[in-house]
Design a protein around this ligand. Structure first.
Ligand SMILES: [Zn+2]
Length: 191
């Protein structure tokens, strides 16, 4: 019996951009991190959104929201208006589910989904996306400096100086590439 391995998740601090990071390397060789419905269920559970089940069409719906958030966030990072079609999908998802924010007994914020459906979970993600895309939250929308990634991320660092969607992946790769380029340059100067 072979066990199928799925790509790992890239989890960040911001729900909406963690969600858009379920597809990475959009401008290179894209990696789909929710290739099957149960991986979306896994991703949602890790992010505190526990759903009962997920069908193929619900996965398609989730990916449609994901790409709409990506398109709207990219537009805002480029200081243009989000495409109307993306706005429509985000708004439909936001209003198309039932979820309440609750205070846990430990004093942290948790989500209670109305019917534990994918639609409920997507409404939470859409609302989170609206909060960062609209500028309601402290931070700045930006695009990863990696030419094969170009993921939209929400920079909450002081002075908004972040360049990469993630230091561990895109940041390190870029640093390594620069190091090798310098080394090559130095060795050609030496010869
Ligand atoms: Zn990146």
């Amino acid at each position: 019996m072979s066990v199928k391995h799925f790509p790992e998740f890239r989890l960040g601090k911001v729900l909406a951009t963690s969600f858009t990071a379920t597809l990475t390397e959009r401008c290179g060789e894209p990696v789909e991190r929710i290739p099957v419905p149960h991986r979306l269920v896994d991703w949602l559970a890790i992010n505190g959104l526990v759903v009962d089940s997920c069908s193929d069409s619900q996965l398609d719906h989730a990916r449609e929201l994901r790409e709409s958030i990506h398109a709207a966030a990219t537009a805002v990072a480029n200081q243009t208006l989000p495409p109307p079609s993306a706005v429509q999908v985000i708004n439909d998802c936001s209003t198309g589910g039932l979820a309440s924010v609750i205070l846990s007994s430990e004093g942290s914020q948790e989500w209670r989904l109305g019917s534990a459906s994918v639609e409920d979970a997507l409404s939470v993600i859409a609302a989170d996306a609206i909060s960062i895309i609209s500028g309601e939250r402290e931070g700045k929308m930006d695009l990863c400096a990696s030419p094969t990634c170009r993921a939209a991320f929400f920079d909450t660092s002081r002075g908004a100086t972040r360049r990469w969607c993630e230091m561990n992946t895109c940041g390190n790769r870029e640093k390594k590439a620069r190091f090798l380029a310098n080394k090559r340059q130095n060795s050609s100067l030496a010869s």
